[in-house]
Design a protein around this ligand. Structure first.
Ligand code: FES
Length: 158
């Protein structure tokens, strides 16, 4: 049987920020390309700052834990700061916001956290597009294909 560490189990049993936001400034839905599990993200954004972040997920424990951690970590943050750096640095930093907090993830579950990062980038890409901020919108969207490498890390799903 698959063993998950205590941190993951804790976030799975008591996930933070589950729910919806009415009329969110940023939102997106992802079906994990490896397993099809779905996560929906809602962002309340004011003056470029993530004031609130919530999610709903029909996913596994690691996906729920990932969304719980990411929504917690991005609250109160300026989006431009979260996107600061080279494309590679930004994707790595977003991945590590989740994975440093969760600790060791079993190899068969390594495809789960990238979907949370992807849906975040899609949500803010759409938000900036609506706001007419083309540079940040294109940056967020340009980062998405870079996530594909992270989906491949653990091999086949369990
Ligand atoms: Fe599908 Fe984790 S997201 S198994």
């Amino acid at each position: 049987m698959l063993e998950l560490n205590e941190k993951i189990k804790e976030h799975f049993r008591n996930p933070h920020n589950v729910g919806e936001i009415e009329n969110p400034e940023g939102t997106g839905t992802i079906d994990n390309p490896v397993c099809g599990d779905t996560t929906k993200l809602y962002l309340r954004i004011k003056n470029g700052v993530v004031e609130d972040a919530r999610f709903l997920s029909f996913g596994c424990a690691v996906t729920i834990a990932s969304a719980s951690v990411l929504t917690e970590k991005i609250r109160g943050k300026e989006i431009s700061e979260l996107l600061l750096g080279t494309d590679e640095e930004v994707v790595k930093r977003l991945m590590s916001l989740i994975e440093t907090e969760l600790g060791e993830i079993p190899p068969v579950k390594l495809h789960c956290p990238p979907a949370t990062v992807q849906v975040f980038l899609e949500s803010i890409g759409g938000y900036f597009e609506k706001e007419g901020e083309n540079e940040l919108s294109s940056k967020a969207k340009r980062l998405i294909p870079q996530i594909s490498e992270y989906y491949k890390r653990g091999g086949e799903k369990e």
